[in-house]
Design a protein around this ligand. Sequence first.
Ligand code: NAP
Length: 258
Amino acid sequence: MKNRRVALVTGGARGIGLAIASHLARDGFDLAICGTRSAETAGDALAALGEHGSKVFYHACDVADRAARAALVEAVRERFGRLHVLVNNAGIAPTERRDLLDASEESFERVLRVNLQGPYFLTQAVARWLIEQRRADRAFRGCVVNISSISASTTSIDRGEYCVAKAGLSMATQLWAARLGEWDIPVYEVRPGIVHTDMTAAVKAKYDRLIAEGLLVQSRWGEPEDVGRAVAMLARGELPYSTGQVLAVDGGLAVQRL
Ligand code: NAP
């Protein structure tokens, strides 16, 4: 039997990452998943992913940690020997939302390391491997998908570090798209809006109110599945000539209206 394609989804054991992994599993991918939690804690989610017939490999990894990233890529290589798709999904919000005038450098550094430096250098490590596979096989099809946020282009003055990190990830998408173009390895940005997950649980009432007041063109919360479907479409190769592009999954939040 032909080898199945393999996707690495960071933060794939819950929230948006789990929905992405689930859609990739349905599309026939084998999966490498990472997160900071232990494999035992991720167990139920991983078992559910396996129900679609995918091989599911979990490796605990803090994407902010250089050595841990290198060990992750090595572990995936050992487990599967191949990798086609990297989804940089893992991300954090600031521990507390604080006004720009008061927010700390510690929070800035923490958020930038996880949300920007981690995916930037994980992409570097994976990109070398994708190129190697493409050189060995002209039919090889790989891609990278970065999960940014509407915060890449929309200000929130009580979580500036998050906005800066996501704006940086947006530029990283374009940089890696430009760098990997000669191997025809597309790099995409998927830009979610307001999505029901643990990350938004603490601000649910605020977003319920804003949505009721008409913030969105499509007047409902985004669900993790909305993002999962978009990423799966890219991973299947359905937008092959659109490298560097942003795919908004935001219910029309970014649409300007009078
Ligand atoms: P979530 O429910 O809080 O889940 C975060 C995921 O990231 C978890 O799987 C977590 O795994 C993983 N993670 C966190 N820090 C990590 C680290 N240092 N190393 C490795 N994995 C780490 O968040 P979510 O809402 O699903 O968000 C997923 C992505 O979508 C993030 O990049 C977020 O910025 C973005 N996003 C979310 C929304 C939204 O409204 N929810 C909107 C726009 C963009 P562990 O628990 O194992 O650490």
